[in-house]
Design a protein around this ligand. Structure first.
Ligand code: NDP
Length: 246
């Protein structure tokens, strides 16, 4: 197994893509810190992992709150002794056309998706730099590359995540830390189930494979980037989108 003895922190890890990422990393032997904003959801998912023989613990964290994130890193280090992998997966949408977007919709989405990613990278950087090793994987989105009507806040946040990935990759490479992003296209989760039918159909028309992706489609690529197979890859954004953007 490629991730034996490795400890992975997954934000927004209780459900959807984050939970699938946990399953993939656990299958390769990783121990899991399942972090989510809702305590009950995090605990239920961690308990499920433990039932399947994975060393997993739940942590309640709002990634938008830097003090909360610092506490998360401190608690994970106290519990597991190290952090080898960070997956910045927590993300939200508050969709509306730009002219109708409220200030709070803009601020909240930027706070969780972009500032949250920054908070977590900053908090794990020190222990990873000390260890001279680490893998950071940020979940962006293809709309961060191509833009999307109705998602000014979300696409700006995800474009920011891609730029942040490149800068962190440059700053941390000398300490043997890889920083990459995965940009999913249209993946079937609770997040996209909330989309109006027309928006889902519009996405499907753009996908050469003609279908939405699964959380596992994304998780397998994250598993690769977290493994030693990706040791010489950094600063990259890999689209997992059925060919939507090429
Ligand atoms: P979900 O909404 O299904 O899951 C997101 C998880 O993040 C939830 O458990 C949610 O908790 C948690 N979360 C929300 N806010 C915070 C916060 N402030 N701090 C910590 N955790 C939080 O989304 P997906 O699984 O679909 O998405 C996962 C990632 O993939 C996101 O970054 C998303 O932007 C990205 N993505 C998804 C795509 C898709 O098609 N599904 C496409 C492109 C990118 P709660 O239960 O409280 O909501």
């Amino acid at each position: 197994m490629k991730l034996n003895h490795k400890v992975a922190v997954i934000t927004g890890g209780a459900r959807g893509i984050g939970k699938a990422i946990g399953q993939t990393l656990a299958a390769e032997g990783a121990k899991l810190a399942v972090s989510d904003i809702l305590a009950d959801a995090a605990e239920a998912t961690a308990a499920e992992f433990r039932e399947n023989g994975t060393d997993a613990k739940a942590f309640t964290t709002d990634v938008a709150d830097s003090a909360d994130v610092q506490r998360l890193v401190k608690d994970v280090l106290a519990e597991f002794g190290q952090i080898d992998i960070l997956v910045n997966n927590a993300g939200i949408t508050r969709d509306n056309l730009l002219l109708r977007l409220k200030d709070t919709d803009w601020e909240t989405v930027l706070a969780v998706n972009l500032t949250g990613t920054f908070n977590c990278i900053k908090a794990v950087a020190r222990p990873m730099m000390k260890a001279r090793s680490g893998k950071i994987i940020n979940i962006a989105s293809v709309v961060g590359v191509m833009g999307n009507a109705g998602q000014a806040n979300y696409s700006a946040s995800k474009g920011g995540v891609i730029a942040l990935t490149k800068t962190a990759a440059k700053e941390f490479a000398s300490r043997n830390i890889n920083v990459n992003a995965v940009a999913p296209g249209y993946i079937i989760t609770e997040m996209t189930e909330r989309l109006p039918e027309e928006a889902r159909e519009a996405f499907l028309k753009l996908i050469p494979f003609g279908r939405g992706g699964t959380p596992d489609d994304v998780a397998r690529v994250v598993g690769f980037l977290a493994s030693p197979d990706a040791d010489y890859i950094t600063g990259q954004t890999i689209n997992v989108d059925g060919g939507m953007v090429m």
